[in-house]
Design a protein around this ligand. Structure first.
Ligand code: G3I
Length: 368
């Protein structure tokens, strides 16, 4: 358990450097094994090997489930609300708010010396009826927009380690920025600079992120994302962090993650691998044996960790996986044959967990 006050990523408790190396060597000696054979004893704790905050997304109900909560307290030092800190949960059709579940997450994070990452303020996929009804009245829309951001960011000021202010601004093919209710009402770039500025006014300290996906698989999207970041910084947006969601498919070519994370690191800002999972059913190579797709998955997790470790320490904001157990993954809700995460439905560590631990341990050993 990372004790309060430990700098993120420092091994806490009794885990010594010798323990790290021993753990990694033990793992290496395991050799290839079925993807989730029960290892003897609890899986090696991810946050103890990480040189940075290691996170996972959560739902409020997970915190009441001892199996999931136990995995969280053992393995992660940061949590992200999977959906309950978005408009779809917090903003009522009446214009009122409900904060019960986000408050529970904030309390859980505080009780377990974890960071809470705020996700996400403005997203094209969230179209609350109250804003739709105001779309024709720009002044009212703008006032409600500012009021929402101010209320939410203000409430969690001092209790979050950062916010995804703008989520998924770039079209899937990278041809343009998305056109949606927010951009139509307040301007393609202006709605973004406005959101960053209002969030900064509500919280003078929290790093403010932009966040997007498929940056590793659609070069045009990565290019436009980088140009958007440049435009926002030039326009004076207090953008102070870059999110790379990293929802991958197992057939992603080796090197893509390395190039992407390195490209985003060139801004010199904190980088958040913010939502990593690796689908083994969405990949086009569906016909390859499952074991091969699982091995590819493990390699991709290791590559992402290595690329993230290659960033300067000051830029390693956090490495977040989009869930702890396969059974809670949004991808498994889409296809029950998928298995995108580090633990199976029974909470047993998979080969992807082993790959992450080995990559982290190797970096920690190299760092001395
Ligand atoms: O838990 C309630 C359930 O009680 C209710 O009966 C049901 C029907 O209303 O809704 C359930 O909540 C759903 C929740 O997922 C939990 O399953 C919400 O409706 C649904 O909107 C929510 O979807 C989330 C989605 O974002 C939209 O917020 C997914 O869990 C979440 O994984 C997904 O995460 C996104 C990131 O925010 C952005 N990047 C892509 C990523 C995957 O799409």
């Amino acid at each position: 358990m990372t004790a309060a006050g430990d700098p993120p990523g420092e091994p806490s408790g009794s885990l010594s450097r010798r323990g790290i190396v021993a753990g990694a060597l033990a793992l290496a000696a395991c050799g290839p094994r079925a993807n989730s054979q029960p290892a003897a004893g609890p899986a090696l704790a991810l946050k103890d090997f990480a040189l940075f905050p290691f996170g996972a997304c959560v739902q409020a109900s997970h915190l009441e489930d001892p199996a999931i909560a136990g995995l969280l307290t053992r393995h992660v030092s940061q949590i992200t609300a999977e959906w309950e800190m978005k408009m779809e949960y917090m903003l009522l059709d009446t214009g009122g708010f409900r904060f019960d579940r986000p408050d529970r997450m904030a309390a859980f994070a505080q009780a377990h010396a974890m960071r809470l990452f705020g996700h996400a303020l403005i997203w094209y996929a969230q179209k609350p009826i109250i804003f739709q009804d105001m779309a024709a009245d720009r002044a009212a829309f703008a006032a409600a927009y500012d009021r929402y951001i101010t209320a939410v960011v203000g409430r969690y000021r001092g209790r979050v380690c950062g916010w995804d202010v703008i989520n998924e601004a770039v079209k899937d093919d990278g041809s343009a920025l998305r056109d949606h209710m927010w951009s139509q009402a307040l301007g393609e770039l202006d709605h973004m600079t406005r959101a960053f500025k209002v969030a900064r006014a509500a919280d003078p300290v929290a790093p403010l992120f932009i966040n997007d996906y498929n940056l590793e698989s659609v070069p045009a999207k990565l290019d436009l994302y980088q140009r958007l970041i440049e435009r926002l910084l030039k326009a004076g947006a207090p953008l102070s962090g870059i999110g790379c969601q990293t929802h991958c498919n197992a057939d992603l070519p080796a090197g893509a993650l390395t190039r992407t994370i390195a490209a985003l690191g060139r801004f010199g800002l904190p980088v958040h691998v913010s939502e990593m999972d690796v689908s083994i059913t969405r990949s086009r190579g569906l016909l390859t044996p499952r074991a091969e797709r699982e091995a590819a998955q493990a390699r991709l997790y290791a590559e992402a960790i290595q690329a993230f470790c290659d960033l300067p320490a000051r830029q390693r904001f956090a490495f977040t996986v989009w869930g702890m157990r396969d059974s809670e993954s949004w991808l498994v809700r889409e296809n029950r044959n998928d298995a995108p995460l580090l633990f199976d439905g029974q909470g047993r560590a998979k080969s992807s967990h082993g790959a992450v631990i080995k990559a982290l341990a190797a970096r920690r050993k190299a760092q001395g």
